[in-house]
Design a protein around this ligand. Sequence first.
Ligand code: G16
Length: 545
Amino acid sequence: MSDIKEIYIKEPFKDQKPGTSGLRKSTIEFQQDNYLEIFIESILRTLDFNQNNSLIIGGDGRYGNEEAIIKIIQICIAHKVKKIIIPVNGILSTPAASNLIRKKNAFAGIILSASHNPGGINGDFGVKVNIANGGPAPEKFTDKVFKCSQMLTNYKFYDAKIPDFNKVGFFQIKDTTVEVIDGVDDYVDLMEHIFDLDQIADFLKKDFSIVFDAMNAVTGPYAKRIFIEKMGLSKDCVLNGLPLKDFGNLHPDPNLTYANQLADLLLNKQSYCFGAACDGDGDRNMILGKGCFINPSDSLAILTANTKFVPGYKDGISGVARSMPTSMAVDSVAKKINIPCYETPTGWKFFGNLLDSNMITICGEESFGTGSDHIREKDGLWAVLFWLQILACRKCSVSELIHNHWNHFGRNYYTRHDYEAIPKDVATQIYQNLENLLPQLKNNKFANSLVLNADNFTYTDPVDNSISKNQGLRIILENNSRIILRLSGTGTKGSTLRIYFEKYSQTNENLNLNPQVALCELIKSLDDLLNISKLTKMDQPTVIT
Ligand code: G16
């Protein structure tokens, strides 16, 4: 009897539509019989792997990670995938996966993660597909996967045990070779090529204390290798460094609300000179200084303005890109150093074409993501090392660096208000109310300024001319202020409404206000217009960044 089995199901799953970053659902939904299998079968039917290249599989170690890897290997064997590369114990950060796809010339990667969403049986699970350039699959690919999943009623798999993958080695099953590698080595090697780790280590050892919070998620082993083994820092510089299936009940989203242990150490107790955290799969980062929080949009601007201090970028950068809701702080830097600056929709996949055609070197998003052409994903630890390299070269504090930056370029006051997991109909109503009001707002006064433009953002990719519509509602004011409203594409419960407020202040203005104060007029005017607090029945947003 054949050990390749075919399983039939009565009806396809109707909800397997990938969002901003792959298919993300509750763990319970993923555990329905055949749910993961049908989605993986759809991916394999869509991918073109009639070549000798490998497939990379790994995940952030959350509940269900190993079981999912075993199932994916079984399906791959049935599809005669020639070679699969997996990390020991299946633990691989998203940036490390992107690097491996590129380095090993793989035809794709399957990354198991729900990113910054909580894990565990009551948390979330996710599947992301990255293509041969190492980046998230573009919409035209995920649309095909979705279409396929809507019709699929069967899948095939290898119905026998898969050997353990808890140590480096190889195993061969039928036509498929599975290579188990150290998931940290190649990534650390890449970081050593970009940064001068010795210079950073010397600086840190001279009384510049740091703490890194891995939030019990995937970056623990990477951070320990870099900071403790390579740089020789003390063991306690890495907090929550062991990847746990439920992230020790932490919500691994590196912001001031969920990384509150770190925020307390830096902002209240002021126990360290520098603090940073990464999310579940290691692509997001938060940067803190003593008594000082760095807004991710400012972080992108700082990195862009200081590339000359990093060996990997010493020859200059070709351009920069930010997602539309990200503040325009980086635009001012690009203008001053005379490089192009592109505005893309939310989602890292939109940077792919720009990076592949060398139109940009650095890119970033307000959602705590920054990265460069070294891979095709945002990269949390890369951003941390970039900051440390700048500080090591400029020999200053985080607070001095950001204040000097504002004094030179002006400050884009910025805040994001998240209303998480609110009823879908409430979120849709607020969104539609604003959408309907946009034509009336244009060319009229709002928050004491003239509205220059009010629209729903449409993006035309400058490389392949593909058009992406409905990428967020925006109100653009004459006084260099903006309000953006969009619905999150990564939440799994109800709907999450994100509202972004921005106002530019020139170097001769007061640059030391609390952003909530600097932006209060915009915040209040929008609430008056849309009745957000009344409709959501919330006095304040769930998360304020
Ligand atoms: C994903 C994408 C990011 C994007 C974010 C937006 O992040 O990779 O490029 O900025 O979603 O999230 P939302 O739609 O909730 O605002 P991640 O870290 O979840 O992969």
